[in-house]
Structure formats: C-alpha cells, structure tokens
Design a protein around this ligand. Structure first.
Ligand SMILES: Nc1ncnc2c1ncn2[C@@H]1O[C@H](COP(=O)(O)OP(=O)(O)OP(=O)(O)O)[C@@H](O)[C@H]1O
Ligand SMILES: Cc1ncsc1CCO
Ligand SMILES: [Mg+2]
Length: 275
C-alpha cells in the first residue's frame, strides 16, 4: 500500500484541508431543495465554506438549472406534495445528489416519499440516528419524537451499514460521534459540540456541506462526507470558544467555517477508520 494510502488521522486532516480548499477554489454550485426552516443557515453555511448555494425549487426550472449544478441537495423537512415533483426531477438530473430524510418516521407519506427518493440513488444520505434507524427498517417506529434524535449515533451504526448496502449510497449518521459508511468501511468523525443540537437545522446545514464537498470532488463520497462532517464540527468547536448560547454559536460557527486555515484543519480534524 502506498504510504499516502495509510489512512491515519493525519491523512484525514490533510484530505479535509484539500477538500475544503477545493470547495473554496471551485465554488461548487449546489441546488438546495430544502426545508423552510433551514434555508437561511444552509445558504449561509455554504457561502462561508466557499460554495455557491441556489435555493431553487420550481419544477419548471429544473430541466435548465439542475444539470448545470455541481451537486443537488434534497431535504424533506417541511415536506409538501407540491415540492415532490421538483425533488424527484432534480434528483434525476444526472448530478451527484445528497439526501437529508428529516423526520422520516413522522408519517406514512413521509416514509413512502423518502423510500422513493432513495431509489433515485443519492450519493450520500445523512440523518440523525433516529432517522437512519427508521429509514433502514422502512418503519415509522413508535419511539418517534420529532425532528430531533432520540437515539445515540452508535445505536444506528448497524442500520447505517445495512442501509448503505441496500441503497448503494454512503450513509452518514450524525451525533456526538458521526459515523460514515459505504456498507463495508466505517469512518468516525468526532468533532463538534453538544450545543450544535440547540441550533435548528445544523443537521440540514452539514448535509448541504456534504453536497458541496461531493460537488467539488465527486470521486469519493465517503471521504467527502467524513471531511465535511469533521469540518463542520470543528467550526462548531471554534465557534463555541466565543459563543454565549445557541444564537451566538450559530453566528460564530459560520464565522469559524469561513476562517478555517490549514494549520487548524490539519491539526484538529478528528477522523478515523474503524477496525
Ligand atoms: N452531542 C454532540 N456533540 C458534538 N456534536 C454534535 C452532537 N450532536 C450533534 N452534533 C453535531 O451537530 C450537527 C447536527 O447533527 P444532529 O444529529 O443534531 O442533526 P439533526 O438532528 O439532523 O439536526 P436538524 O434536524 O436540526 O438539522 C452535526 O454536525 C453533528 O456532528
Ligand atoms: C424544526 C424543523 N421542522 C421541520 S424541518 C425542521 C428543521 C430541522 O430539521
Ligand atoms: Mg435533521
């Protein structure tokens, strides 16, 4: 094995920096069909990272616009029947796309919708543990409490692997430790601070960041997803140094994402390949 291919924590730190630099250099265009709560933080997080967000969701624009994007991001958080045709069309436009199955167990309709979108072959699916557990079992389990997770990310690790194998997507479960898997390899990313859960739509924002990383370099969705999650978590850690609560963390996280430098990224990104 090439020395560079030994995936030590230092290797991951360098990859994360290379991919963030690629986002900054290429400014990947990311079409976001996301929920109404998340639009602002998603667009601002993408801009701060160096990507170019476009929050277009009109079906009649999809044939012209989606094929020109570097990546597409689809999020069902505030699902409505009206937007579904646009979601399906954008996911089918031939660009790599990333899926956030928010609150998939909330209703039979939402589960059906998410399963039908999953069949359109996303490059990456990112959810919290409760979402990945529900999606992997195709069931709206009785413990469903809302958009927030009621499980630890490690509870969903086997479900994530099974979902990756059945869907062909890279599956990422966020939480105190994020797990990213293609069904065979599992990578953990352990940056971040608990207060990120107290800002609405940080999960939506990090899924959009995964789309930007995939858009900048589509060659390895597992690596892109792990690096995006670690970078976002690191921005949260740095933001937390100046924050006084969730509202100021939101601001400082976005500032930190914008200001990340090579030394900080390579020394503080915490990613490892699980044995
Ligand atoms: N306990 C924790 N410690 C550190 N980081 C965390 C913790 N919980 C979540 N995070 C980080 O917060 C971000 C959002 O993850 P989370 O699992 O809360 O998403 P989510 O439930 O889908 O959020 P939302 O639906 O509000 O968008 C991720 O970057 C994740 O790594
Ligand atoms: C709070 C909320 N409700 C639907 S989507 C959303 C944003 C977090 O996923
Ligand atoms: Mg979510």
């Amino acid at each position: 094995m090439d020395e560079d291919e030994v995936r030590t924590e230092a290797w991951w730190g360098r990859r994360a920096w290379v991919l963030l630099s690629a986002v900054r250099a290429r400014a990947p265009l990311v079409q976001c069909i996301t929920n109404l709560v998340s639009m602002d933080i998603v667009a601002n997080a993408l801009l701060a990272a160096g990507a170019s967000p476009a929050m277009l969701h009109c079906l009649r624009e999809v044939p012209d616009f989606s094929p020109r994007c570097d990546a597409v991001y689809i999020n069902v958080g505030t699902l409505s029947e009206d937007w579904l045709p646009s979601m399906r069309a954008a996911a089918s436009a031939g660009r790599p796309w990333v899926f956030d199955p928010v609150a998939v167990a909330a209703s039979g309709f939402r589960m059906e919708t998410c399963l039908s979108l999953l069949a359109l072959r996303p490059a990456v699916v990112r959810g919290n543990a409760s979402e990945i557990l529900a999606l992997a079992s195709s069931s709206d389990n009785s413990s469903f409490k809302g958009v927030d997770s009621s499980h630890d990310s490690s509870d969903a690790l086997q479900a994530a692997k099974a979902l990756a194998r059945s869907s062909g997507a890279v599956v990422a479960v966020s939480g105190a430790v994020d797990f990213i898997t293609d069904g065979v390899q599992v990578v953990s990313a352990s940056n971040g601070v608990p207060m990120m859960q107290k800002i609405t739509a940080t999960g939506c924002a990090v899924t959009a960041l995964i789309a930007a990383f995939v858009g900048a370099d589509p060659s390895d969705a597992l690596v892109a997803a792990a690096c995006a999650l670690a970078i976002f978590g690191l921005a949260g850690e740095i933001g937390m140094e100046s924050a006084r609560g969730p509202a100021s963390l939101r601001m400082h996280l976005i500032d930190a994402l914008y200001s990340l430098d090579e030394q900080t990224v390579t020394s503080r990104v915490k990613i490892s390949l699980l044995p």
